[in-house]
Design a protein around this ligand. Structure first.
Ligand SMILES: NC(=O)c1ccc[n+]([C@@H]2O[C@H](COP(=O)([O-])OP(=O)(O)OC[C@H]3O[C@@H](n4cnc5c(N)ncnc54)[C@H](O)[C@@H]3O)[C@@H](O)[C@H]2O)c1
Ligand SMILES: O=C(O)C[C@H](O)C(=O)O
Length: 320
């Protein structure tokens, strides 16, 4: 946006731009004025179009802020069923290049998704003390289904980062929705397990007295209880997930992260978290587990048993 005219006019324009919150119709108008199809950020920099679904939540807000700060993002769509206008206003004030637009409620889901390169989904309820991630299935399964139906319709080629728990089941739900719609590309559906890697790095670094940024423990299996299997016997160097997907989309070489993906090559299970190479088309290579020690081999068997049930639960939710 250009600020022309005298000082008073400029101040009036800036003040209008800095309203603390918008009604959904005001926000709609603001988005239209800024040009919905524009994939260049402020200052005309080209970049990727990213949507965060569930942007007003605990994970969503922080994630949105980090995406706004990411130089690979030119357009950032923030969607939620509540509070999207206020969060959008706040995030948009960050003095970085990405243009931020807000979308409130299911009527605006289509506009939130149209033309996106990367869709990140932290929408849904989090667990309370005493709950397992699987206890969230009842509510989050339906939320993920609706949002993925939107993705299939509006941006079938987008890479999807699925954060909503239980990841071990919601990834299978998303896959079934995309299969039904005829848009499923296993390379583009990635369950986010990066937190497990970050935790493993932090704990290992603590024990060994190292800088956590110099440690990277691959964590395989899934994202719940015994399915989280850190391979402490293998260590390599670190990076972060949505940013890694964007660097892959840009065509950077050797972008390798752990993620919960479709992967018949690693175990007999249809989905499994392991190291993947991210590229222009998503998870372009799924790596084998590598040598495991005895402790890890026992853990793997336990992980596979629980994972099989969680994956099937997600599949049945759509098929039955
Ligand atoms: N994979 C991971 O590593 C990881 C890490 C942390 C949290 N999580 C999961 O992420 C999810 C969100 O956690 P949180 O702490 O941000 O919860 P939160 O309650 O703070 O936020 C969830 C947001 O989702 C929104 N939402 C609910 N239904 C929606 C719908 N139909 N469409 C769009 N948005 C909707 C809510 O309005 C809310 O703003 C939980 O399921 C949590 O378990 C996963
Ligand atoms: O533990 C949770 O419920 C949220 C997330 O999956 C986590 O690992 O912190």
């Amino acid at each position: 946006m250009e600020f022309r005219g005298d000082a008073t006019q400029r101040i009036a324009m800036i003040s209008a731009h800095l309203q603390p919150s918008f009604t959904s119709s005001q926000m709609e108008e603001k988005n239209t004025v800024m040009g919905r199809e524009n994939c260049r950020g402020k200052g005309g920099k080209a970049g990727f179009k990213v949507a965060v679904l569930g942007a007003a939540g605990g994970i969503g807000q922080t994630l949105s802020l980090l995406m706004k700060m990411n130089p690979l993002v030119s357009l950032l769509h923030l969607y939620d069923v509540v509070n999207a206008p206020g969060v959008t206003a706040d995030v948009s004030h960050m003095d970085t290049g990405a243009v931020v637009k807000g979308f409130l409620g299911v009527k605006q889901l289509e506009d939130a998704l149209k033309g996106m390169d990367l869709v990140i989904i932290p929408a849904g309820v989090p667990r309370k003390p005493g709950m397992t991630r699987d206890d969230l299935f009842k509510i989050n399964a339906g939320i993920v289904k609706t949002l993925c139906e939107g993705v299939a319709e509006c941006c079938p080629n987008a890479i999807v980062n699925l954060i909503s728990n239980p990841v071990n089941s919601t990834v299978a739900i998303a896959a079934e929705v995309f299969k039904k719609a005829g848009t499923y590309d296993p390379k583009k559906l990635l369950g986010v397990t990066t937190l497990d890697v970050a935790r493993a790095n932090t704990f290992v670094a603590e024990v060994l007295g190292l800088d956590p940024r110099e440690v990277d423990v691959p964590v395989v299996g899934g994202h719940a209880g015994v399915t989280i299997l850190p391979l402490l016997s293998q260590a390599y160097a670190a990076a972060k997930f949505a940013d890694a997907c964007l660097r892959g989309l840009r065509g950077d070489a050797n972008v390798i992260e752990c993620s919960f993906v479709a992967s018949q090559v690693v175990t007999e299970l249809p989905f499994f978290a392991t190291k993947v190479r991210l590229g222009r088309t998503g998870a372009e290579e799924v790596y084998q587990l590598g040598p495991l020690n005895e402790y890890e081999r026992v853990g793997l068997e336990k992980a596979k048993e629980e994972l099989a049930g969680s994956i099937q639960k997600g599949v049945d939710f759509i098929r039955k």
